[in-house]
Design a protein around this ligand. Structure first.
Ligand SMILES: Cc1cc2nc3c(=O)[nH]c(=O)nc-3n(C[C@H](O)[C@H](O)[C@H](O)COP(=O)(O)O)c2cc1C
Length: 362
């Protein structure tokens, strides 16, 4: 298995959906960062189910700092952060343990780990492990605050409904006003309606999240193999259910000419800027100082109550599965803070690699 990410700000994810806890170990966090459980809790609370059609599993998600903080400051030693699982109901999983859910990782996990894997609630493949990602993101975000880097994400599409894009400077505040994290209130209402309808129809919806980072210094990224875009993509693809990542104009670049896609350079207050941002703030795998813009595609939730074909692996016979249990009819709103967290973790790692953040903070 590969459960660690990063070079200097190195995170290791642990825990299972129905085990004792989920959490994150951070190695390489500079000493001297003031951090409290409450600060991390605020980020974790943003990931809790609140939107229509989200899981009825109600976890307290109370953040605990087990190590690496002394007298309110990080010590430079590994930070161990976790939240204990409390609202666990494994009955539905026990009943259908030999019937892999279409679209979920049950089948591949069983093949790879020979049946020893904890399958309850999806085990290591559950969206629950992203609570640990968000804890790491909270620490990374605080470190990046020293460079005035601001990271936010918002829902741009659910179930085929596209949000109108407000000016960049207004997105963060507008998205914070509704539980779908969508900066277009009319689109958010329509999205919410569609999610409820999909759930009533025993179905689920997917969508697109856009992540933005402002005030990124030019020069982050280590080509050729640790490019800023490739490392961000790796981190974002670690979020279960993410199926696509694009930067700037992304796949639309395929239909542009060079004269349209190139971002012309200009001078603004003696600073080099580009007058468009089709590159999404990254050239040659290195940040160019423009806003970093990345979009991720989140697939429709695999676990749906509608009858679907599967195979009973015990009897080796065709079977039908209706997934009971508590599932999100749309993962998108819950993944928004997770996208922010993964962006923060990667940007923090590169800022440390570029010596933009000292190892001991004063
Ligand atoms: C925040 C979050 C919540 C999720 N909730 C569910 C869920 O309730 N039901 C489900 O089937 N999948 C859920 N997922 C997605 C699955 O974990 C994921 O689809 C599965 O592990 C298979 O991996 P893949 O889709 O990346 O191939 C969630 C993902 C995230 C990020």
């Amino acid at each position: 298995m590969s459960n660690s990410l990063g070079t200097l700000f190195k995170i290791t994810s642990f825990g299972e959906s129905h085990g004792d806890c989920v959490g994150i170990l951070i190695d390489g966090c500079p000493a001297g960062l003031p951090i409290t459980e409450d600060e991390i809790q605020r980020e974790v609370d943003r990931r809790k189910p609140a939107a229509p059609g989200t899981t009825r599993r109600r976890e307290q998600d109370k953040v605990e700092i087990l190590s690496g903080v002394f007298n309110g400051f990080t010590t430079g030693a590994p930070l161990c952060l976790l939240t204990r699982n409390q609202d666990v109901d494994s009955a539905a999983y026990e009943k259908s343990r030999h019937m892999p859910r279409p679209g979920h990782a049950d089948y591949t996990a069983l093949l790879k780990y020979g049946g020893f894997n904890d399958f309850r609630g999806g085990g290591r493949f559950s969206g629950r492990i992203t609570a640990g990602f968000v804890m790491a993101g909270a620490v990374a975000r605080k470190l990046l605050g020293r460079l005035d880097i601001d990271i936010f994400a918002h829902t741009v599409e659910i179930g085929g409904v596209r949000a109108k894009q407000p000016p960049l400077a207004e997105i963060k505040a507008r998205a914070a006003k509704n539980i779908l994290w969508c900066a277009d209130p009319a689109a958010a209402e329509e999205m919410a309606r569609l999610i409820v309808r999909a759930q009533e129809e025993k179905d689920s919806l997917g969508g697109i999240i856009e992540g933005i980072a402002l005030n990124i210094p030019a020069g982050l990224g280590e080509p050729v193999f640790d490019r800023l875009d490739s490392e961000l993509a790796k981190a974002l693809f670690a979020i279960p259910a993410v199926k696509g990542v694009e930067f700037g104009a992304g796949f639309a670049l395929a239909r542009m000419r060079g004269s349209e896609s190139n971002d012309p350079f200009a001078l603004e207050d003696e600073k080099i800027v580009t007058t468009s941002n089709n590159a999404g703030g990254i050239l040659g795998g290195i940040s160019n100082g423009m806003p970093l813009v990345v979009r991720v595609v989140v697939k429709p939730t695999a676990s749906i109550a509608r009858a679907q074909d599967t195979v009973d692996l015990e009897k080796m016979a065709p079977a039908t599965i209706e997934v009971a249990g508590r599932h999100d009819a749309c993962i998108v709103p819950r993944a928004v803070p997770v996208v922010e967290a993964m962006m923060a973790v990667i940007l923090c790692d590169f800022a440390l690699r570029a010596n933009m953040i000292p190892r001991v903070l004063t």
